[in-house]
Design a protein around this ligand. Sequence first.
Ligand code: UD1
Ligand code: UDP
Length: 351
Amino acid sequence: MKIITIIGARPQFIKAAPVSRVLRAHVEELIIHTGQHYDTNMSDIFFEELNIPKPDFQLGIGSFSHGKQTGEMLVGIERILLKEKPDYVLVYGDTNSTLAGSLAASKLNIPIIHIEAGLRSFNKKMPEEVNRILTDHISEYLFCPTDTAVGNLKNENITNNVINVGDVMYDAVLYNRELANEKSEIIKNLEISDEDYHLITIHRAENTDDPERIKNILEALNEIDTLKVWPIHPRTKNVLKSMGYNLDDIHNLKVIEPVGYLDMLTLESQAKKIITDSGGVQKEAYFMRIPCVTVRDQTEWIETLKYDANILTGTDKQSILEAVAKETTPEYLNVFGDGHAAEKILDIIIQ
Ligand code: UD1
Ligand code: UDP
């Protein structure tokens, strides 16, 4: 059996790591990297640290408008699929690389395996929501991370080959947590102390591309006394620069370049709180039992909201400040599987 996996953005490298590891032992897998993310610390670092097999095809598309980026990926992926004739195409999540991969496969009648299927924010203004709805509706196998995702698909009449296998990001955290403890020197290198800082990540277009929302977030950060460590996504860095913001002006903020996965796990696990708009980071906060504040209006990961483990604030300054200040003692539920999602996916594929 031949599977072509299509990845291109940071969270997809992390999701592919546990899956490719088990897949390769049993089936032929080729990887197409679309080149959506390309900086060393947005791409290569993950392949090296997580031992992800080197991509067999590098499309090198890079950054463009949504239409041009997705269109160029579609052309490049189709060319490879026509030549390689895989039995399945495997895609992850909800990025433009996901949509391009699934569209290219669908038009050639190649069955699609979608990992992290069924997530919904119910906000179609987000590019991710459209990408995931379209991908789910043309996929043959839909591997869901939670029961909520299975239910979302059922509401859209998608019930065939829909399986809750758990979350592959949980697999990745369990596999790498110890390694991160052993190898990461980020706390020492940044000269910070455990549990003495909040970790920040902001990159969603809904925040960065809305001047009012980003202003509110920055004003809230400025009013938080605790040290804040912010590995900044290149999108956010570019937007803030073009808007004339100087992050040095924000009180007690340490801005750093994006970090590798092992450093990120370490920063997350030692943080007092995590303030984010990332999908993956919300879940990792939950896996590591670190209180999270999500500066978005919706989250796909509604399980994390129970018992205030994750507080959804939108971008109202006061709401952010109250959530960050709130003392919480959440209970954590076992809703993301048992850390063996990748093996379950493999079992189903080879059956
Ligand atoms: C993409 C995904 C988003 C995901 C995020 C993960 C879509 C529509 N969005 O958003 O769902 O949460 O990845 O990080 O697919 N840039 C660089 N270097 C890089 C990559 C990007 O400088 O290596 C800059 C470029 O200015 C680019 C901007 O970041 O225009 C945005 O990159 P893009 O991949 O288009 O979207 P993300 O915001 O990263
Ligand atoms: N991440 C990382 N380094 C960073 C920021 C994030 O390794 O500097 C990891 C993070 O641990 C998580 C994933 O990237 O596994 C989340 O990706 P991102 O926030 O870019 O996208 P999203 O999950 O929102 O789609």
